[in-house]
Design a protein around this ligand. Sequence first.
Ligand code: HAM
Length: 444
Amino acid sequence: MICFFRYTQSMKVLFLQKEKFMFSRIKGAADNFFDMPTWSSVIRKIEAHIKQYNFSQIDIPLLEHVALFERGLGFETDVVSKQMFLIQPKNNETSSSELMCLRPEATAGTMRAFLELQSKIHVPFNVFCYGPMFRYERPQKGRLRQFHQFNLECIGATSILYDAQFIAMLHLLFSQTLSMKQVVLKLNFLGTTDDRKAFQKSFVDYLQNQKNNLCETCQVRLNANPLRILDCKSESCKALCKNAPTLSTFFSNQSLQEWNLLQTTLKELSVPFELDPSLVRGLDYYNKTVFEFVSTALGAQNAFCGGGRYDGLAEQLGSKNHIPALGCAIGLERLMMILQEENINLNIEKQPLICIIPIEPEQNNFALRIATILIKEQAQSQVQVLFDGAKMKHKMKQANDLAATWVILLGDQEEKNNQATIKNMITGDQKTVSIEALKAIIGH
Ligand code: HAM
């Protein structure tokens, strides 16, 4: 776990002693500027798609108690045991029960919020949020320390048909709304806690005799979290798992029925999927359905959306009631990489830019008045006044570099006659017109 250092007086002195230096961003965090139009468009498209399924937005804090994730996700998970960013408030001693962290994911926080708000809301509670998550991982392509998820949860949903519709909704989102081609849905069923207990006993017994052939991590997992051994990437562990008892042979009748119903319903809804018995997901709250959407357009980090059912989480977080739920999170950076790799154009329309150029400083206020009129009366364009630079030539170059569609030139004659000279930067046409006529030209 990572602790933020206290910002002590001695560190402050050290900083001040240094010569002026350029700050660079923190490793594993990204500045997003050039992709922002696509980013916003993707978010708008996802929102529009899921709102058809009655999802509402929730905003939950970036800061949560560490204990929420310890109890929700499990002490032994990589996220909790290795990847949490803990927060130490300045000049404040914090007791361990109050210890805070930056959220590594949004499911535990959404369930906490649901439990606090539940007297005022109805189930099924279909809810989404998006924003940054924080995990201390080794940064690489598709793996950041501050990354963004679009998170969807359906809380208070018992029938396995909710899982089928949820997965079908995601399939349509990726294949139709976002036109992605190289997507594969991997699906598995983890059964109930009782099913897994029975399986775990026989699985551990089988592996115990061959413990030395397991990788070091899995030797620890054997006691702490044996199910995770199933998705270990080491060849020796994979070989051992091949001949191990399988989870599905321990399913109760009801689990078997649900697992079959999920598969047949997905087939009826024309959702293609691949069964993946090694898919167990890295967070301990899952039971029954688990799934991942992977893309062949990505490299090693090819899962861009993962989720499943987590019927026990509410009780793990202190609820007296059993509240079945399911959900998923889409990794937005990975989704953006896929759109780029697959050359998917989201038809982002940029509003035309109007640059207003006061020819002399005397016309600066006139330029501001014209800008205000245009902004108030038409919403189709963006307006920017260019104040800096003594020469017209310099300002015209600036307008050109900013890719302006229109340039409005304001000299003393224009001000005296309450007119403007407007230049179409695409055709080069230029004319002097009244302010009324100017509004009409730009409005079209
Ligand atoms: P997760 O599989 O840990 O699940 O994360 C979901 C997605 O977030 C991943 O498939 C990936 O695209 C993205 N992601 C995760 N870690 C990183 C990283 N370090 N850098 C970039 N992208 C990353 C969850 O977080 C669950 N809370 C999902 C869920 C919601 N299950 C039920 N409801």
